[in-house]
Design a protein around this ligand. Structure first.
Ligand code: TGC
Ligand code: FAD
Length: 394
């Protein structure tokens, strides 16, 4: 398959660009150019082969996509949340797996070490994670506890200067290539803590998950802990309880809300161009009302989501965004993006199922994104509980 030339033109129907600062636009441009240069030409091949493009780890570190909101003194970017959102939008415009690599590293590995770690932990881990020298992963989900992590079985017991960790985690992005895993497990009193588990610790393994039809260019695996000796200095000292992992998820879900709109923008742009070039019944298919309805609805939903994301970013910058607001944006963006990618695929007819165009890859990726970081149903129930005060989970 020939390398794809990326001719993406970003839709901005309501001049949302005018809401962005020059710095934010500059950051977006840098990431967009990186995606055009390094991701779009090769990502389809990696996805077809179900292979993780390992070179992106260093590249994303150099570009500043790991921990952009972490302070500069720890190797982060010291940037605001809208800049972070724009980065995720551009990366996911390339591929959800690329954005996944960045959002796991920044929001799920660097953020908890920064927010809840000791000074020694921050100094040891953050600069290497920020630069891409090390890759990290986040272990919360277990084989029998996905939406309900409160019943997790992974546990550790006190053994003097270290603890003994047992259990397993499933569906862990980046796991097979990670040097570091932030793992959530219960102590002897059933209280949840975060542990930094390092590759090479005896009894720790990360088997790869095979056979995915989605996120094929992202590496997914298990984390298996068989009496792993974890030094006590690797326990995050400043958080306990489920709010530790859940607060990380709020940061990552925010990034996803922006990210999937990037994928939707790519599908819209592809379908729009195709509709002007593809002739049937002696006319471009874009001149038929049914195809125009799809395009009109796509650009309407993209524009609404861009504005919602921008407003949420403003609230994040002011430290006023609630987890329920983040859930609403994650859910809305995933729904909108999933529908847009499906419609775009239909507009491309038979060509829509091939790797000549990015649409089917985005469409399949989004089936994971609408499921991870809290399923579509879970986010609906979070909104439902927020507005009614009634908990419908249990
Ligand atoms: P609940 O009693 O509601 O909450 C326990 C404590 O946590 C607090 N909290 C939050 N804090 C910060 N941010 C949030 N989003 C929070 N949500 C809850 C809460 O206030 C409470 O604090 P405290 O002080 O009272 O103890 O917990 P619950 O057991 O009833 O569960 C609630 C529920 C179902 C919403 C939650 O468990 C949930 O969100 N489940 C979904 C699980 C999930 O999202 N897993 C994601 C795994 S990671 C992943 O998918 C990575 S994919 C990465 C990629 O490749 O991009
Ligand atoms: P389940 O929780 O078993 O849910 C099955 C169905 O039941 C869903 O439709 C759900 O909405 C519904 N359901 C569950 N509870 C309720 C309820 N109370 N009311 C109504 N409906 C309900 N996890 C990590 O920890 N780290 C990672 O890096 C990570 N990466 C991932 C990468 C990929 C590619 C995938 C697919 C998953 C990843 N996950 C990761 C796991 C992901 O977060 C979980 O898959 C997700 O939280 C759902 O859990 P589950 O798959 O066990 O589904």
């Amino acid at each position: 398959m020939a390398a794809r030339t990326d001719l993406f033109q970003s839709p901005d129907y309501y001049q949302v660009d005018e809401l962005l600062s020059e710095v934010q636009k500059h950051i977006r441009e840098a990431v967009r150019n990186y995606v055009k240069r390094e991701i779009s030409p090769v990502i389809e091949e990696y996805a077809q082969r179900a292979e993780f493009p390992q070179q992106i780890v260093k590249q994303l570190g150099e570009l500043g996509c790991f921990g952009p909101t972490v302070p500069v003194e720890y190797g982060g970017g010291g940037l605001d949340y809208i800049s972070y959102g724009l980065m995720m939008q551009e990366l996911e415009r390339g591929d959800s797996g690329v954005r996944s690599t960045a959002s796991v590293q920044g929001s799920l590995v660097m953020f908890p070490i920064y927010a809840y770690g000791s000074e020694a932990q921050k100094k040891k881990f953050l600069p290497k994670l920020a630069s891409g020298e090390w890759l990290g992963c986040f272990g919360l989900t277990e084989p029998n506890h996905g939406s309900d992590p409160s019943h997790m079985l992974s546990n550790f017991k006190d053994a003097g200067d270290h603890v003994i960790l047992n259990g397993s985690k499933m569906w862990i992005s980046n796991a097979p290539y990670s040097q570091v895993a932030v793992v959530w497990a219960k102590d002897e009193n059933g209280k949840v803590y975060g542990l930094i588990v390092e590759r090479g610790m005896e009894g720790f393994s990360t088997p790869t998950t095979h056979g995915k039809w989605s996120l094929r260019a992202s590496a997914t695996g298990e984390l298996v802990f068989d009496n792993v000796k974890v030094p006590k200095e690797n326990i995050l000292p400043n958080v306990s309880g489920l709010k530790g992992p859940l607060s990380c998820l709020s940061k990552a879900r925010y990034g996803i809300a922006w990210g999937v709109i990037g994928a939707a923008m790519d599908c819209y742009d592809t379908a729009l161009q195709y509709s002007k070039e593809r002739i049937q019944f002696d006319k471009p298919i874009g001149s038929f009302q049914l195809q125009q309805k799809k395009l009109a609805e796509m650009i309407t939903e993209i524009t609404k989501a861009q504005l919602l994301n921008w407003r949420l970013g403003t609230l994040m910058n002011e430290n006023r965004a609630t987890p329920a607001q983040v859930s609403m944006a994650k859910r809305n963006s995933c729904e909108v993006a999933t529908n847009i990618c499906r419609d775009a695929r239909q507009m491309l007819g038979g060509m829509g199922i091939t790797g000549e165009y990015p649409v089917m890859r985005h469409m399949m990726n989004l089936e994971s994104v609408i499921t991870y970081e809290g399923t579509h149903d879970i986010h609906l129930l979070i909104t439902g509980m927020d507005v009614t005060g009634f908990n419908a989970f249990k």
